[in-house]
Write a protein that binds this ligand. Structure first.
Ligand SMILES: *Cc1c(COP(=O)(O)O)cnc(C)c1O
Ligand code: SF4
Length: 319
């Protein structure tokens, strides 16, 4: 079965009701939809913690006054197309804007999609030349979109070029692929990622229910290829805003050799208000876990400061 990409596909697979077809089509006209086979198998009901992340809702078409198309303010920190440089020692490279799945809460939802944002050869050269010309940047972070949607050949090319720069000591990739589309973790991709310079793979997952039978061998193989696995999670109302859900997720991550790295507060992208969790509620949830759950399972809770000031830890405080 192929990836589901339209309102009609979702209807045909029982993921939306016939009454919801018109509204889902209206959302489809504005924001990309994708549900992979692996994700589809993890959805028991459309409003469960997995379904809610991917199945469109009419509320997505309502933009609140505080919601913006670029909530992390990447645009002012973009020296050349595809590069975001906000911190002195590290910078993002966004080689494409396609993803295996499209999250309804995505902070880059106005930019991501299946047919946009692939850096062509010339733009990629310009971006790589920027990394070569900025020796203070020791860490290159591939994000997007999802960099592991590129062919293993293209991944190899980009990583080879970055790793060849003497000042680049760390490579990092942010991806949903190992959990949401583990079939893409092929021997060719593992070879592309297995290299002398340290490579960190930050795996995006928001609920233990997302980890299906094919994620475990994919993650095991990545680890065996020398890849350091980190976890990133967005705190989402109706998905993981309970102590039990967060505990289950972080325990699943460490059991799969993923060290939870960041728990992100939701960024206010258009039409995402139904996922918002107040910071105070978030701190209460985290306080409930402390002491009960292994320190290995503990991420840093961060929020992206408006205007591009970057990520800030936001508690809880323990004094
Ligand atoms: C989030 C982000 C990073 C990575 O920050 P870490 O705290 O090192 O994970 C790097 N550059 C930009 C522009 C970012 O937004
Ligand atoms: S995988 Fe990441 S970039 Fe892609 S839609 Fe989801 S949150 Fe956005």
């Amino acid at each position: 079965m192929a990836t589901l990409r339209t309102a009609q596909d979702l209807l045909a697979h029982g993921l939306i009701a016939p009454e919801a077809l018109a509204a889902t089509r209206a959302v489809e006209a504005r924001y990309a939809i994708a549900v992979t086979e692996a994700v589809r198998a993890r959805i028991a009901t459309p409003d469960d913690p997995v379904g809610r992340q991917y199945i469109p809702d009419a509320a997505e078409l309502l933009t609140l006054p505080h919601e913006t198309a670029d909530p992390t303010a990447d645009a002012p920190f973009t020296p050349v197309p595809g590069v975001v440089h906000r911190y002195p020692d590290r910078a993002l490279l966004k080689p494409l804007l396609a993803c295996p799945v499209y999250c309804r809460f995505c902070f880059r939802r106005e930019h991501v999609g299946p047919d946009g944002g692939l850096l062509g050869d010339a733009a990629l050269e310009t971006a790589l030349a920027w990394f070569a010309a900025n020796p203070q940047v020791g860490e290159a972070i591939l994000t997007g979109g999802d960099p592991l949607m590129l062919s293993p050949r293209r991944v190899t090319h980009i990583l080879d070029r970055l790793a060849a720069l003497p000042h680049i000591h760390t490579l990092r990739i942010h991806s949903r692929v190992p959990v949401a589309d583990p079939a893409r973790v092929t021997p060719a991709l593992l070879t592309a990622l297995n290299r002398d310079k340290a490579l960190y793979l930050c795996v995006h997952a928001n609920h233990a229910q997302e980890f299906g039978p094919d994620a475990a061998p994919a993650l095991r193989a990545l680890h065996a290829a020398g890849v350091v696995l980190l976890g990133q999670t967005v705190l989402l109302a109706g998905v993981n805003d309970s102590e039990a859900a967060l505990e289950g997720l972080f325990r699943a991550m460490i059991a799969h050799r993923i060290k939870p790295y960041y728990l992100h507060a939701l960024d206010a992208a258009p039409g995402t208000a139904r996922f918002a969790v107040p910071d105070e509620r978030a701190r209460e949830l985290l306080r409930g876990l402390r002491g009960r759950v292994s320190g290995l399972a503990w991420p840093t809770f961060v929020r992206e400061s408006p205007g591009g000031a970057g990520k800030r830890p936001i508690g809880p405080a323990w004094e």
